[in-house]
Design a protein around this ligand. Structure first.
Ligand code: SF4
Ligand code: SF4
Ligand code: SF4
Length: 288
């Protein structure tokens, strides 16, 4: 088997345990695919694989058990299907996202749109180390953004309008963080306990809790695997353009440090984080 030329060297081609076969991973930002494309993948898997596909933890689909000789034809057919070969090496790998405002009632941001834009800009970029990006529409963090090299989370900081609270306590019941109490007949919010999910805003029957600051929280330096690490909060920005600009800066920062050969999480030790933060946040407008 010759694994050193052309399509065999693509990041989305993985040699299997039985090295006569390989698995083809597909590029699927946010795990979104039309039913026609799904049918197309099924046909390709049936023709060139063992008749099964595998849905991965990073929201892609893999076609297992294909012969390396079939790879050029699989690549061509997948591209024609609009679902090209993906990545899994030291690259920007499949961007994952929860349903966001498209479908989830808890969502604070449009995760699908953001995943598509980041994918279009950065997917497959060769990097000195693997870079994973995950987007969640709210602090429920269904895609675990804090366990990726770059995580993005949609949040809303609530504020109660003055002088109109009836003290009904509905918001207290809805807040899972016990961040709201009724004192002297009105609701009082504890910002230290609040995770900025925004649920209380929608719970108030009198519509008197406002969204003061809807934003994208960017986390850096997380990872899963054998030495898991929780990412650190880098910045909160208010627009899709700003968050994309921050992501690009982080990717460029990592790219320029190719010599290090270390995962971003390893570079984010206490000594370097403040320097890193200063450099990345240059020219990015500050949050409110
Ligand atoms: S992270 Fe929040 S917005 Fe996204 S699916 Fe989970 S609950 Fe919904
Ligand atoms: S935003 Fe969420 S955590 Fe904060 S007070 Fe409202 S319901 Fe509680
Ligand atoms: S739900 Fe609205 S009116 Fe009721 S206590 Fe909370 S803020 Fe006040």
């Amino acid at each position: 088997m010759n694994l050193d030329i052309g399509v065999h060297m693509k990041g989305g081609v993985i040699t299997e345990r039985d090295s006569d076969f390989c698995t083809v991973r597909i590029r699927l930002p946010a795990g979104r695919i039309s039913v026609d494309q799904l049918r197309g993948i099924a046909n390709i898997a049936k023709k060139y694989g063992s008749g099964v596909v595998h849905c991965t933890t990073r929201q892609t689909i893999e076609i297992p058990h294909v012969l390396p000789a079939s790879l050029p034809r699989i690549e061509k057919n997948l591209a024609k299907n609009g679902t090209p070969i993906g990545s899994e090496r030291d690259e920007i790998v499949n961007i994952i996202a929860c349903p966001g405002t498209e479908r989830c009632k808890f969502a604070n941001i449009d995760t699908i749109s953001l995943a598509g834009k980041i994918d279009a800009l950065l997917f497959g970029k060769e990097m000195p180390v693997k870079m994973r990006i995950a987007i969640s529409g709210c602090p429920n963090s269904c895609t675990s953004p804090m366990l990726n090299e770059i995580g993005i989370m949609g949040r809303i900081r609530p504020v109660r309008k003055q002088g109109q609270c009836t003290g009904c306590g509905t918001c207290v019941q809805y807040c899972k963080e016990r961040a709201i109490q009724i004192k002297n007949g009105v609701s009082i919010l504890d910002p230290k306990k609040c995770v900025q999910c925004g649920v209380c805003i929608y719970s108030c029957p009198f519509d008197i809790i406002d969204a003061e600051h809807r934003h994208y929280l960017v986390l850096v330096g997380g990872r899963r695997g054998r030495h898991p690490h929780i990412g650190r909060e880098l910045i909160a920005v208010e627009t899709e353009e700003q968050v994309i600009s921050v992501v690009r800066k982080i990717v460029n920062w990592v790219y320029r440090r190719a010599w290090s050969g270390r995962l971003l999480s390893d570079q984010m030790d206490d000594l370097q984080f403040e320097t890193f933060k200063k450099e990345i946040l240059q020219d990015i407008p500050k949050k409110k």
